[in-house]
Ligand binder design. Sequence first.
Ligand code: PEP
Length: 250
Amino acid sequence: TPNVRPLVAGNWKMNGTRASLDQIKAMAEGVKGPLSEKVETLICPPATLLYVATALCDDSPLAIGAQDCHQNASGAHTGDISAEMIADCFGTYVIVGHSERRTDHAETDHLVRAKAEAAYASELTAIVCIGETADERKAGQTLDILKRQLSASLPDVATAENTVIAYEPVWAIGTGLTPTTTDVEEAHAFMRAELVKRFGAEGQKMRILYGGSVKPSNAKELMGVANVDGALIGGASLKASDFLAIYRVY
Ligand code: PEP
């Protein structure tokens, strides 16, 4: 999208111990340089590594974020973390509504929207994930699903500053399968039109990431599709060499 700085983001999911901090260190070094002015980078490690990861990125353009937050500011929610806690660890982003959260924890669009609002309250940028399942795609419902998820998961106060959309076809996550570039282009053009309808000029600037089996070998093609403003990367973000290779397709 013209005049939009793409975002290359990694989601480590439930992977990573202190030993993995070497990878974050290598990424923090690897993204230094002029390309970082054109392309933003982000890693979302597990919450246990957040604070130490941000310390490693002190003098690097690599941003650090979390993979989820609770919708409430604080209180009796054993095992959850709040947006304030993420911000307190110097995290600047939080992923909300990832399909694995929607499935494993029965998260609804309504809840995802509340989580995005919680993120804004702590000045975090929310990465709101949406995407159709294999059955929904087979039934020809992809665009209907995207329309519903966008409409119900995004708060009215979403802006290009506080919100990033991640389109992740559920059947493409962790499977090695990807949609054709024609399918990606159609989905992203549709989401762009929906965002502009609702948010006007902000919707024009809002970044829409593609996610689902992005790797160094297919990143250039996928990132070249119209209205694809970066990637959300799972598996290939665990290794600094893969993550940096994807960053460098720009
Ligand atoms: C993800 O879960 O956000 C993802 C895109 O995973 P992978 O790249 O491993 O398909």
